[in-house]
Design a protein around this ligand. Structure first.
Ligand code: NBG
Length: 872
């Protein structure tokens, strides 16, 4: 059965509507749901009998929750919502752990090949509802909550978001874990247990300020500390040779301690694992220093250790070249490799040649690339393998995913920093590079010397920093490419750019190494759970909920695209979801928004390349038009509520100015009695996973308007598509494939082609800009929204070619963007046409399930097979 599931999977050969996952065995999953429920009841009743004598008519789950409240939180009465959340979560945790242990025991016994997803970020969001639904416990918990007088949603709302990630890359990792577990693939995530996740964003007087995200203070029911799973990780010090062996003596050591976060698959017996490492001192307290009066020194080691896993770097797509960041990277990678190798050794001893058949590592961007040098060190220095054998094993085990083509985001570490912090690893990288450049020299021996030298220099892993005299640096992406079996981009166009541009020299040498794996998102969190109204309508219409694990089933909705009765139901769901979002706006801003307005959304990290700025300019244009209209003319206008959400990296000055502009534009527009019924603009503070779960189902138009060739994929575009939200967008990232699946004619496409961007950049200073663009620039500069001085650099960056260069071609795309916006208004007035398109979006979203993506990784890169544990 399991094998047939793999065999059925043929990525690339699938036509829209033909389910990749259609052949998944279903009956066994259903049986599991029943039998696990039975097991649950028996256990719950036994517990209830033990803990309560006067529990009366409580349901078994209710009794469990009451027991947790009493014995864990010490509360038998006067509960508040937070308590109920805690009691519920701790009770759910027990079911989760049962399933987790069952899975891990089974996998240990069967010893399959595992994939280990190494990622500095996992943006998990909340766990309670996801866990309850994935374990199939919604009925029991729903009933228990109801009997206790609570709504499940309000209880779930009490949970902190686990925000151990910046944006798309971290959320993708979280979606992948959900799919890995749902597909029963032996696989774990490995990362860092940051004390402080992504900062909380406050908007004060229209400016972003950052406050720490303290998410662990109330305890975390979703993790299990493994006191016994700990590894030493060393830093700095020196290396020496004895008997032909290199010995590294670190000057500093910390302990990595494991925390397991069980990841339940949906509708299956599998519960996988995300193992996060916490840094602890090797010795808590230097008693000697304390006794001699040196208090600071007594706690110094502790402080230094804790700093390693303290904070997530809040930079998205641009690396923070700080030493602590490298320390974090090495810390989690070393602990993870030691952990995997320890388990391997326990079963296979020193039969390291077998290692690639039992383990592979996916590097999520360059952040974990030091794994290459660490695996070599562990194999050569610790396990005594010779270099060639170790290199052969390492290159078989490692694969690399590139997530951006932004040159500034491709990590490079100065040799000086690496050599000081990780002297042995720097030596290893030098040896790898020596072998690599020698290989290149031989390979290109036929070229003229000058040409060959240039090419070798260009492809060298260690290169001169063009900006800092005499500084050599390690190009981590090149190290990853040279050492990996497979290198992949995250959407078709992105993978093409990877081959044609950033790694072109490497592609020419090893074309077979390069692959595409178009991103996906989990349909559980991003449709089934966050949009219960639509989910129910789809299930009722299709006659089953199979679409939740086989999203190609959604294509059957296309049949209803012109069905007026279905339209009515479809729109009713959207209207309910809009009301839910309107309530958030009311709570945040005190404003009622018109529910007949088009809800227009742009949510993502704030970046110049994502062009929130261009969106703000178009809102200004709309406002100016409205102001000029007569009351009669205004009656014909489609009302719009424009919403932004997203964080700017704390040091990203331009992005912060863009936020301020959006807020100031909103301040003017939202108060203007002439226009407030027709146009609003809100910047929703502290955008995060939970807010996305409310925004996405409610949105009607979403904006994915990056300069062509800059957004690797985007994943929120897929979430919007699944939820029947129309897209205005450029031919960039996954928008292109979304257009293929849902119909380009149903999308509002505009903007220049990626191929033309380099030339247009060169010609930008001679561009004759659109009059409307010039007018708006003059308005901002003239102080229409206040704070002229503060907005000046923003204006200059795209319109004053002596100061800026409009690198992201806002001026080039502005006119076609406004045209596309007009088209949006036109279609929105045609309610049937809008609804038809909305249905076609959901119907075409089958491809963008992360299940499809993971099946492709499993088959083409990891070579891991599903292994489903028996029911409990
Ligand atoms: C981001 C890209 C997105 C992409 C996600 C996930 C980084 C470095 N890259 O376009 O900007 O969707 O990765 O692949 O965060």
């Amino acid at each position: 059965m399991q094998l047939s599931r793999q065999a059925a999977v043929q990525p690339g050969k699938v036509l829209p509507g033909q389910g990749l996952l259609r052949s998944l065995p279903r009956t066994s999953a259903c049986q599991h749901r029943r039998s696990s429920r039975q097991a649950l009841r028996v256990r719950a009743i036994a517990e209830a009998e033990r803990t309560s004598t006067k529990s009366g008519s409580m349901t078994p789950i209710q009794k469990e929750v009451a027991s947790k409240l009493r014995y864990l939180l010490g509360k038998s009465k006067d509960y508040d919502l937070k308590d109920i959340y805690q009691g519920t979560a701790w009770s759910v945790r027990e079911h989760l752990i049962d399933s987790f242990e069952n899975t891990q025991d089974y996998w240990t016994e069967k010893d399959p090949k595992f994939v280990y997803y190494l990622s500095a970020e996992f943006l998990m969001g909340r766990s309670l509802l996801n866990t309850i639904y994935n374990l199939g416990l919604e009925g029991e918990y729903g009933k228990a909550m109801q009997q206790m007088g609570y709504k499940m949603e309000e209880v779930a709302d009490q949970e902190h978001n686990a925000a151990l990630g910046n944006g798309g890359l971290g959320r993708l990792a979280a979606c992948f874990l959900d799919s890995i577990a749902t597909l029963d693939l032996p696989g774990w995530g490995y990362g860092i247990r940051y004390q402080y996740g992504m900062f909380k964003q406050l908007i004060k007087d229209g400016y972003q300020s950052e406050v720490p995200d303290i998410w662990l203070t109330e305890g975390n029911p979703w993790e299990v500390k493994r006191h016994d799973i700990r590894f030493e990780v060393g830093f700095s010090g020196k290396t020496s040779s004895s008997n032909g062996k290199t010995v590294w003596t670190p000057a500093e050591k910390v302990m990595a301690v494991a925390y397991d976060n069980p990841i339940p698959g949906y509708n299956t017996t599998t519960t996988s694992n995300l193992r996060l490492w916490d840094a602890e001192p090797i010795t808590e307290f230097d008693l000697e220093a304390f006794n001699s009066g040196d208090y600071e020194k007594a706690v110094e080691e502790r402080e230094r250790a804790l700093a390693i896993s303290a904070v997530l770097y809040p930079n998205d797509s641009t690396p923070e070249g700080k030493e602590l960041r490298l320390k974090q990277q090495y810390f989690f990678v070393s602990a993870s490799l030691q952990d995997v190798m320890t388990r391997f050794k326990a079963v296979h001893g020193d039969n390291w040649r077998l290692f690639p058949e039992k383990a592979c590592f996916q590097l999520n961007d360059t952040h974990p690339t030091i794994a290459v040098a660490e695996l070599m060190r562990l194999l050569v220095d610790e396990e005594g393998l010779d270099w060639e054998a170790a290199w052969s094993i390492t290159t078989k085990c490692v694969n690399y995913t590139n997530h951006t083509v932004m040159p500034e985001a491709l990590e490079k570490w100065p040799v000086r920093v690496l050599a000081k912090m990780l002297p042995r690893h720097m030596e290893i990288i030098e040896i790898i590079n020596a072998g690599w450049t020698k290989f290149l020299e031989d390979k290109y021996s036929g070229l003229k010397a000058a040409e060959r030298d240039q090419l070798v220099e260009r492809m060298s892993i260690i290169q001169e920093n063009p900006w800092v005299k005499d500084e050599m640096q390690v190009n981590m992406a090149y190290l990853a490419v040279v050492s990996s079996s497979a290198v992949n981009g995250v959407a078709y166009i992105h993978s093409e750019i990877v081959k044609a541009d950033i790694f072109n020299d490497f592609y020419k040498l090893f074309p077979e190494k390069f692959q595409n794996k178009t991103n996906g998102v989990t349909p559980r969190r991003w449709l089934a759970f966050c949009n219960p109204g639509l989910s129910k309508l789809i299930t009722d219409t299709l006659g089953s909920d199979n679409w939740i694990t086989d999203t190609y089933e959604l294509s059957k909705l296309a049949k209803y695209a012109d069905d007026k009765a279905f339209h009515k139901k479809w729109r009713a769901v959207k209207q309910d979801n809009k009301a839910r979002l309107a309530a958030v706006i009311k709570e945040t801003f005190g404003d009622d928004v018109p529910l007949n307005a088009l809800f227009d959304i742009q949510i993502k990290r704030i970046h110049e390349y994502k062009r929130q700025y261009m969106n703000v300019l178009s809102i200004i244009w709309r406002y100016k038009q409205l102001k000029k209209m007569t009351p009669e003319e205004r009656k014909k206008v489609v009302p719009r509520v424009c919403m932004f959400g997203g964080k700017a990296a704390s040091a990203y000055d331009m992005a912060k100015r863009i936020i301020h502009l959006a807020v100031k534009v909103g301040d003017l527009i939202n108060k203007d009695p002439d226009t407030r019924d027709l146009l609003r603009c809100y910047f929703l503070p502290d955008y995060n996973v939970s807010l996305a779960e409310i925004i996405i189902p409610a949105s009607e138009l979403s904006q994915h308007i990056s300069t062509a060739g800059t957004e690797a994929s985007g994943t929120s575009n897929m979430k919007f598509q699944m939820n029947g939200c129309l897209i205005i967008g450029t031919m960039d990232g996954a928008n292109i494939e979304i257009a293929e699946e849902s119909g380009k004619e149903n999308m509002f496409v505009f903007g220049v082609d990626a191929d033309d961007v380099p030339q247009l950049r060169k010609e930008r200073k001679n561009l004759k800009t659109d009059k409307r663009f010039d007018e708006i620039m003059a308005d901002i500069e003239g102080g229409m929204f206040g704070d002229k001085e503060y907005f000046k650099p923003l204006v200059d960056s795209i319109s004053n070619m002596k100061v800026g260069n409009d690198w992201f071609l806002v001026a080039n795309d502005f006119a076609s963007y406004l045209d596309a916006q007009e088209e949006v208004d036109r279609v929105y007035k045609d309610v049937d046409e809008w609804t038809r398109r909305s249905i076609m979006y959901t119907a075409g979203s089958g491809k963008f399930s992360s299940d499809r993506t993971i099946v492709e990784y499993a088959k083409d890169i990891w070579h891991v097979q599903p292994l489903k544990p028996p029911a409990l």
